[in-house]
Design a protein around this ligand. Structure first.
Ligand SMILES: [Zn+2]
Length: 124
C-alpha cells in the first residue's frame, strides 16, 4: 500500500511504500529534508526531524546532492553561511542568492528541485 507523506519543507506529498510508524525517519525524495513521522492516525503527519540549524542545512544539502548526483562548487561554505544567516534573521534557510524570503526559495529552491541544475549546470 502507498502512503502519502507531506514534506513541510518543500510542501509536496510523496508516496512511501514501506510501512510507516510513529517516529520513523524518512528522507524527502524531492528536497532531501530529513523528516520524522509524528502520527499515523487519524492521518499521517510528519515534521522536520529536530536537528540543530547547522546539522539541518548541511544534512539537507548533502542528502539532496547525493539523491540527484550533484557535486558542490568551491563556494559551498560561503553559501551555507549565507543560509545560516538567513535562518537567524528570517526564520528559514532561504537561498542567499535570491532576494525574496519566500517558501519557494528555501534551499533547495523550487527551480533547483525542478531540475535547474541539470539545465544550467549549477543553481543560479
Ligand atoms: Zn521535501
Amino acid at each position: 500500500m502507498n502512503n502519502k507523506v507531506y514534506c513541510p519543507v518543500c510542501r509536496v506529498s510523496f508516496a512511501v511504500r514501506e510501512p510507516l510508524e510513529k517516529g520513523k525517519e524518512l528522507i524527502c525524495p524531492v528536497c532531501g529534508a530529513r523528516l520524522e513521522i509524528e502520527a499515523i492516525e487519524p492521518e499521517i503527519k510528519s515534521r522536520k526531524k529536530p536537528q540543530t540549524p547547522d546539522e539541518e542545512i548541511n544534512d539537507r544539502v548533502d542528502t539532496f546532492a547525493r539523491l540527484k548526483g550533484y557535486v558542490f562548487g568551491e563556494n559551498k561554505d560561503e553559501v551555507i553561511d549565507g543560509m545560516k544567516q538567513k535562518k537567524e534573521r528570517y526564520g528559514d534557510f532561504y537561498c542567499p542568492c535570491r532576494f525574496d524570503n519566500v517558501p519557494e526559495n528555501i534551499c533547495p529552491c523550487q527551480e533547483t528541485r525542478m531540475g535547474d541544475v541539470r539545465k544550467n549546470g549549477s543553481c543560479l
